[in-house]
Design a binder for this molecule. Structure first.
Ligand SMILES: Cc1cc2nc3c(=O)[nH]c(=O)nc-3n(C[C@H](O)[C@H](O)[C@H](O)COP(=O)(O)O)c2cc1C
Length: 199
């Protein structure tokens, strides 16, 4: 059991996307515990429209090789140092979670499934944060590359919607400001003039 325990609010407002990891691996057991809790995400008709391809511990090197072959096709012509530099963004995370959703032919269901899987991903990110594990949801173009999909065992009718990089970090990035509630809320039945008068 994780010793830390942030409140829901603390986790939501304190989480940052982590893009610089320190190379420390993430334990498979921690990942599985996080995923076991994250599945309690809302999803219509309990379709649970997700499956995960995870790489951690001894499988990290294998996924890094796939990422190298995919993103640096000419890597064999480069020096070890050049390859290592280009690969840094892929070699420092401590684990990878690829989130795969079914692509329902019906638009409503497909959007619902993407929405549900997004809440599932947010759960993973918040629960990981509570373990002191940072993460970043990434959507590089190669997620749709047929060769990459094939290497991950993604089937026709499925889509990888997220490459989640997870890991430990030394620096907390600054918060990116968000709009305040009053900037995005319109109270039904009230005009702007009425709102101004209330101030
Ligand atoms: C659907 C989605 C796709 C994203 N894709 C990327 C990405 O490809 N590369 C990246 O660096 N960050 C990506 N992000 C992370 C955002 O950049 C990050 O959430 C945003 O800058 C706000 O920062 P914060 O999460 O620390 O508040 C993505 C986030 C979402 C929700």
């Amino acid at each position: 059991m994780n010793e830390q325990s942030l409140s829901v609010r603390e986790a939501i407002i304190g989480r940052r996307s982590i893009k610089k990891f320190n190379g420390q691996p993430v334990d498979r057991e921690d990942l599985m515990n996080i995923i076991n809790d994250a599945v309690w995400a809302p999803n219509h008709k309990n379709r649970e429209p997700w499956r995960l391809v995870v790489a951690s511990e001894e499988n990290l090197e294998k996924i890094q090789n796939v990422l190298r072959d995919t993103t640096i096709p000419n890597w064999q012509t480069l020096s070890n140092e050049e390859v290592a530099n280009k690969m840094q963004k892929f070699t420092t995370p401590g684990a990878y979670v690829f989130v795969v959703v079914p692509e329902d032919v019906r638009q409503k269901q497909r959007l619902e499934d993407y929405g549900a899987a997004s809440t599932f991903i947010q759960n993973i990110q918040l629960l990981a944060w509570d373990y002191g594990i940072g993460s970043c949801w990434k959507t590089p173009d190669f997620l749709d590359d047929p060769k990459f999909r094939d290497k991950l065992g993604v089937q026709h009718g499925e889509r990888i919607i997220s490459m989640l990089q997870l890991g430990y970090f030394d620096e907390l990035p600054k918060a990116k400001e968000r709009k305040k509630a009053k900037e995005i809320v319109t109270f039904f039945g009230e005009t702007n003039q009425e709102e101004d008068q209330e101030d």
